[in-house]
Design a protein around this ligand. Sequence first.
Ligand code: NAP
Length: 307
Amino acid sequence: MSQPIYGRVALIGLGLIASSMAHAMRQSGLAGSIAGHARSAETRAAAREIGFCDEVFATAAEAVEGADLVVLAVPVGAMGAVAAEIGAHLKPGATVTDVGSVKQAVVEAVAPHIPEGVHFIPGHPLAGTEHSGPYSGFATLFENRWCLLIPGAAAPEAVARLRTLWEAMGSFVEEMDAAHHDLVLAVTSHTPHLIAYTMVGVADHLRRVTESEVIKYSAAGFRDFTRIAASDPTMWRDVFLTNKDATLDILGRFTEELFVLQRAIRMGDGQLLHDYFTRTRAIRRSIIEAGQDTAAPDFGRGKPPQG
Ligand code: NAP
């Protein structure tokens, strides 16, 4: 058991990420007490039944009373409304963080509601599964995964404390600015998810291939796409609506590359295809050499590169 890093922690939203944080904090004694809030009575009842919070509240405002750390763990599109509700109830000196998959939109939506004297440090654990809800959480979700923090102008001591919490839950922590985060994640997570959704959609539309054949002959490639495409629809809708510019930029580049390969196939340009695949194979090898080759539903998981 470690010393608690925060006296009281409030989790707003009690799905996969929040429940995993609660399990991890309880397992290692990282929080003196954990308060939780979810909007639906069903999720609140589930949280009580599983027992990962000490107290579960019907409103976010009640849950954050007296909390030293408040974690916003709702879909990105809901962050602003939650922040507006809790703003006046935050304890002076508290830290507010979030776990949203997009950062610029969260900063814009949440920062205006954070009173002076409260530290706001957005975050994003690059850890997840295709499952959601309070029953899907587990204590080891963040182990050996990156957690990106966006310190902005927050006090260094508050950032250091939040970093300590994530490290105690097993994560590697890196700091960056919100715009850079959104571009990096558009490449490593958001656009790949969109491609997976599209590929599964293509199979669904191809009526000549029956559903049973899709299931029966699913090779590793398509199977992986279906797992990714099973990710939470609300979360991913919000990711694309809020990380619009970076996703469209990467999608444009992706489409250009796809046309290059499409043309090479049409023209029978085997040399181009072979050179291209040789290059991508080298990228894969460099990822393995950097120790980042673990199965990665969130497309960003893995160990930090050496050196
Ligand atoms: P989740 O399992 O679906 O849980 C979402 C929680 O937010 C639920 O408690 C839900 O309440 C609540 N919620 C949903 N819509 C809401 C709204 N409009 N207003 C207030 N509360 C609302 O989601 P999650 O996977 O934990 O994701 C939470 C955050 O983490 C998201 O911002 C996501 O981008 C980020 N994230 C997810 C992953 C991943 O792989 N899943 C990875 C990294 C970061 P009810 O249950 O009562 O409906």
